[in-house]
Design a protein around this ligand. Structure first.
Ligand code: R5P
Length: 260
């Protein structure tokens, strides 16, 4: 791995703890104005001091994020589909030149293993890895799950391993029972979990705790943070679990205190 690639990964996965809290706000690329993100800038601003990286599209960053902000950007460079149609029909929407202009610390796309356009989405990842390797920009592969697919360790292990074999430098997947097998399938490639649909805060914190206990380096969480009744409380609580090794109860207390 070249120096630039290592340096960019170190900006995201903090060397001090080997962990990271990514804040995902890229949902609009196929969902439109997702609850909590209609005014993305207002939602994100108070959360940035507690996030290690921001996952976002180029349109959203240019519209809502101050370029003077000090946060590594994980640039969502895929899209082309919407919630109204087949989700796996994804293309690369942003070229590497624009990712460099934005000063992206990583680029990301989704891979739909088992989806109708499986091959095309694996091809997208492959192209990003080629471009990323050329310029020292790491690629975060997201294992997107079609509606009909089981989110179990067998499926997520299969999807994540394929991303690793294609060359992804980081993998984002979903938490599941036997998550250690998913992490194991990825070898030395760091794994983070997505939060998924909004859960009660205690359950979301438990999921983050279980994921890092099973070997994830952290989370790339969106709705369970920005749709919480205390988004700052939730990101602080998640951070306490991921970086400080706090228990779920201690983290929940942090959330409750902030809410008050
Ligand atoms: C989905 O493909 C997007 O990358 C989202 O950013 C991702 O699912 C993480 O957000 P959440 O924690 O809301 O699931």
């Amino acid at each position: 791995m070249n120096w630039g690639m290592k340096n960019r990964i170190s900006r995201i996965i903090k060397p001090k703890t080997g962990r990271c809290v990514m804040l995902a706000v890229d949902h609009g690329y196929f969902q439109g104005p997702t609850t909590g993100l209609a005014n993305l800038g207002e939602t994100v601003a108070p959360l940035l001091p507690y996030a290690d990286a921001l996952m976002i599209t180029r349109g959203a960053i240019r519209n809502w994020i101050d370029p003077a902000v000090d946060i590594p950007i994980i640039l969502r460079v895929s899209g082309g589909q919407s919630i109204l149609k087949e989700l796996s029909n994804e293309i690369i929407t942003t070229n590497i030149d624009d990712a460099i202009r934005i000063n992206a610390s990583a680029i990301t796309c989704s891979v739909y293993v088992g989806g109708e356009y499986e091959k095309e989405t694996i091809g997208n990842l492959s192209k990003l890895v080629d471009e990323g390797e050329k310029y020292g920009i790491p690629v975060l592969a997201v294992t997107a799950v079609g509606k009909e697919m089981a989110r179990d360790a067998r499926y997520l292990g299969l999807a994540s391993r394929i991303c690793v074999e294609i060359g992804a430098h980081m993998v984002k997947t979903y938490y599941t029972e036997d998550f250690g097998k998913v992490v194991e399938a990825c070898g030395n490639v760091p794994v983070v979990i997505a939060g998924g649909k909004k859960l009660p805060e205690m359950e979301a914190l438990q999921m983050a705790y279980n994921a890092v206990s099973d070997g994830a380096v952290g989370v790339d969480m969106g709705r369970n943070i920005f749709q919480s009744d205390s988004p700052v409380g939730m990101i602080k609580a998640v951070r306490a679990i991921v970086h400080d090794g706090k228990s779920v109860d201690d983290a929940y207390e942090i959330y409750e205190q902030e809410k008050k």
